[in-house]
Design a protein around this ligand. Structure first.
Ligand SMILES: NC(=O)c1ccc[n+]([C@@H]2O[C@H](COP(=O)([O-])OP(=O)(O)OC[C@H]3O[C@@H](n4cnc5c(N)ncnc54)[C@H](O)[C@@H]3O)[C@@H](O)[C@H]2O)c1
Length: 315
């Protein structure tokens, strides 16, 4: 039997995530959306590509949550994306309302699933999903670090004319302007980039990484990135479903790790069949620590708004 992955939101990120997951033959896929016909149409189109792709998985679309029952993983991409000049944080209240609606429904049909959150502002939406679902923390994971690190890897490979596959990078912290790319933990075939590039070049690549999402929004004008985000989600899905124990930067709920309590932050996590199997704690330098803490306080500002709205809903 195949694993089952539901993707909530069949827009750019949802459909592209389905595409990457299907092309790797990882699971049967259910697309769901509130727009009637869109998940069915995109799902059928992708399903019809499977003979050519050589994969035997199914792809279906629906507006009915009963069809998502017993999913192993539910990826949540529902929500609005950014427009040029907008920050991810400006999406907070609209996407929180959507998250409240969606998480309650998926969890009632798939109480044992792993929730993989993609909607922005990412760390705050993961927090909302964690609180609404009442799931243990190892089953609620935010996708950001794999994407941010992929962008950093791309720019490093381009600068050094190296194979992108040889480049590994680490980006910690919140998914926003305060993210913390770590050059000393970023390598080309095992060699830290700090030995291969001068500090001005590294600073330029770090800044381009931080601005990576906005650079694409500026070109697209009517939406945000989706190919690389979809590929990043698929890598996390693969590590979970194939129990590969990959160490990937993910937004995880911290309970004292890195000195942070009660916030989702991007940290290196080992992903396997139970979700987050381990949070790896690496020693940060004084400057990295300061940047990480600055990022945590930016996440906390949004989480405080979410907590107030959750409390209001409970009252
Ligand atoms: N974490 C990341 O790194 C990352 C990267 C890219 C995009 N994003 C975020 O992902 C989200 C989706 O981006 P996109 O480009 O796919 O947007 P999109 O507008 O193309 O798609 C969003 C889809 O969600 C659907 N939707 C809205 N409310 C819903 C509900 N209640 N139930 C089910 N579906 C609902 C919409 O109908 C739409 O089809 C945005 O919040 C964006 O900021 C995050």
């Amino acid at each position: 039997m195949h694993a089952k992955v539901t993707i909530v939101g069949s827009g750019n990120v949802g459909a592209t995530t389905a595409h990457w997951i299907a092309s790797k033959g990882l699971a049967d896929i259910v697309l769901i959306d509130i727009l009637e016909g869109i998940p069915e149409g995109k799902g059928l189109d992708l399903f019809e590509a499977m003979p050519v792709a050589g994969e035997d998985i199914t792809v279906t679309g629906t507006e009915n949550y009963a069809d998502t029952a017993k999913s192993d993983i539910v990826v949540i991409t529902a929500g609005v994306p950014r427009k040029p000049g907008m920050s991810r944080d400006e999406l907070l209240s609209t996407n929180f309302k959507i998250m409240r609606d969606v998480v309650g429904r998926v969890v009632s049909y798939s109480p044992k699933c792993i929730l993989l959150i993609v909607s922005n502002p990412l760390d705050a939406m993961a927090h909302a999903a964690f609180k609404i679902s009442n799931f243990p923390r190892h089953r609620v994971i935010g996708m950001a670090g794999v994407l941010d690190a992929a962008r950093f890897r791309t720019f490093i490979a381009q600068e050094l004319k190296a194979s992108a596959e040889d480049v590994s990078a680490l980006v910690l912290g919140g998914h926003g302007d305060t993210m913390v790319p770590l050059p000393r933990c970023s390598t080309v075939a095992g060699v830290p980039i700090t030995e291969l590039l001068d500090s001005a070049t590294i600073a330029r690549l770090v800044q381009r990484t931080r601005n990576g999402g906005a650079e694409i929004v500026k070109y697209l004008k009517t939406g945000s990135a989706y190919y690389a985000p979809g590929a990043a989600v698929a890598e996390m899905v693969e590590s979970i479903l194939r129990n590969r124990h990959k160490i990937l930067p993910c937004a995880a709920y911290l309970e004292g790790e890195y000195g942070i309590h009660g916030l989702f932050m991007g940290v290196p996590c080992k992903l396997g069949e139970s979700g987050i199997e381990q949070i790896l704690q690496i020693k940060l330098t004084k400057d990295e620590r300061a940047e990480f803490e600055k990022s945590a306080s930016a996440v906390k500002t949004l989480v405080d708004v979410i907590e107030a709205q959750l409390q209001e809903a409970r009252a």
